[in-house]
Design a protein around this ligand. Structure first.
Ligand SMILES: NC(=O)c1ccc[n+]([C@@H]2O[C@H](COP(=O)([O-])OP(=O)(O)OC[C@H]3O[C@@H](n4cnc5c(N)ncnc54)[C@H](O)[C@@H]3O)[C@@H](O)[C@H]2O)c1
Length: 387
């Protein structure tokens, strides 16, 4: 097999998601394995890290055996050796940065949200399409092993007609007073592109529509549970975006579901992110890695509660978790972000179809936008197909 080098600029390389998931868990392993087989070639990523801190860039480059890094984005974009631009810096400058990469003639792959609004995303998409360059959006959650098991159960017909679903997501993000916050402060400021809806709801769009069907309409409410936080410099600031949201969704197939998302909740269920689907044929609950199912035949006949007369006895004697079967691993584990990279590289090099394109990324933004509008108007909002 011949070897082909593909130059990729990683912008936001010092950030959490780029340095860990995209670089360390996806691109560096592809490179270290000798490349990705595409047609008759092995395609080897050649990486250029772009960020703001020289010290952090040097550390991350060393840790991942990358030779090239710079703090000069314009110089990186001017280098013709690098034909792909990956955007994973903090959200607020995304649109301007993608516009620059497009003007420099780079193929574009972007973290979510791909744009602040649907209108701005569509305007950029028109320019990308006119340029003939390739485009993609990160949609990693469908490749979570737990969610893949659930997707296979749905495809196999086990669930039958879906009647409802529930996504539960979140954990406690400390406000930075007694315990340092686990998330950067830009996530809690409008000017930084923060807010739970634009952060998480893009994911729920592609998860729901890929696994369960198109969304017809949503109604949402959003609020700020922790209105004051302390930033990286120890300064107190006001949170001007939502850190919690609840959404009710109606699908075109008639099923209803809810999304409960919060950075101010404590976990007491199977995982920090779960998707539960109830159908006539059975139910299933997926976490990040694991998935449990209960068929119609295994469904216990529950007649209601009986607490009895005495304290501290379990008169029901029912183990509600015992009637669920864990779904075994069907395919060997692969990092979810690596699936996206492999698909995008095949798309760029061999023109293979890539479903997670920029238009999909804009539809992801559309769900967040519809939820924000619904929360402001206190009304249902339709999710019309984008044209
Ligand atoms: N797919 C996912 O599951 C997922 C998960 C987390 C974050 N993300 C997305 O990835 C992006 C980065 O998130 P993160 O958690 O890694 O954030 P982070 O704060 O850890 O990293 C942000 C990066 O952007 C850079 N940056 C910050 N402000 C900048 C500015 N003004 N100009 C240029 N660069 C700047 C920082 O130096 C850093 O490299 C966000 O858009 C977020 O929505 C996606």
């Amino acid at each position: 097999m011949a070897t082909q080098t593909l130059g990729i600029i990683l912008h936001g390389a010092t950030g959490r998601i780029c340095s860990t998931q995209h670089l360390h868990n996806a691109l560096a392993p592809i490179r270290d394995e000798g490349g990705l087989p595409i047609g008759d070639d092995m395609v080897v990523p050649r990486l250029l890290l772009v960020g703001r801190s020289e010290q952090r860039l040097a550390e991350i480059a060393r840790a991942n055996n990358v030779d090239d890094w710079t703090t000069d984005l314009d110089a990186a974009l001017a280098d013709p050796e690098y034909t792909v631009f990956f955007e994973a810096a903090a959200t607020h400058q995304r649109l301007a940065t993608l516009g620059k990469a497009l003007a420099a003639g780079k193929h574009i792959y972007s973290e979510k949200p791909v744009a602040p609004t649907v209108a701005e995303g569509l305007a950029l998409l028109r320019d990308i399409e006119a340029s003939g360059l390739k485009h993609g959006a990160v949609e990693d959650k469908i490749y979570l092993p737990g969610f893949q098991k659930l997707a296979h159960l749905i495809e196999s017909g086990f669930i039958g007609r879906i009647v409802s679903f529930r996504i539960e997501f979140g954990w406690w993000v400390f406000d930075g007073t007694a315990v340092e916050s686990q998330r950067p402060s830009w996530n809690y400021q409008h000017a930084g592109g923060g807010g739970l809806l634009s952060d998480m709801h893009p994911h729920w769009r592609y998860v729901i529509e890929n696994m369960l069907g198109p969304i017809r309409q949503v109604v949402s409410t959003a609020w700020t549970a922790q209105p004051e936080r302390v930033d990286e410099e120890g300064k107190t600031y006001t949170v001007d975006v939502e850190d919690s949201a609840t959404t009710l969704l109606e699908l075109e197939n008639g099923a209803y579901g809810t999304i409960l998302s919060s950075w101010a909740t404590r976990i007491r269920h199977d995982d920090l992110m779960t998707l539960r689907v109830d159908g006539i044929g059975g139910s299933a609950v997926a976490g990040l890695r694991r998935c449990w199912a209960q068929s119609a035949a295994d469904t216990p006949v529950v007649t209601g509660s009986n607490l009895g007369k005495e304290a501290n006895t379990n008169k029901d004697g029912v183990d509600y978790l015992g009637d669920w079967q864990e779904i075994p691993e069907a395919v060997p584990y692969k990092n979810p972000y690596r699936y996206g990279w492999e698909g995008f590289l095949r798309h760029v090099v061999a023109d293979a179809p890539f479903a997670s394109d920029f238009a999909a990324g804009i539809r992801d933004v559309q769900l967040a936008e519809a939820c924000r509008q619904s929360a402001a108007d206190e009304a249902w909002v339709s999710l019309d197909r984008l044209t």
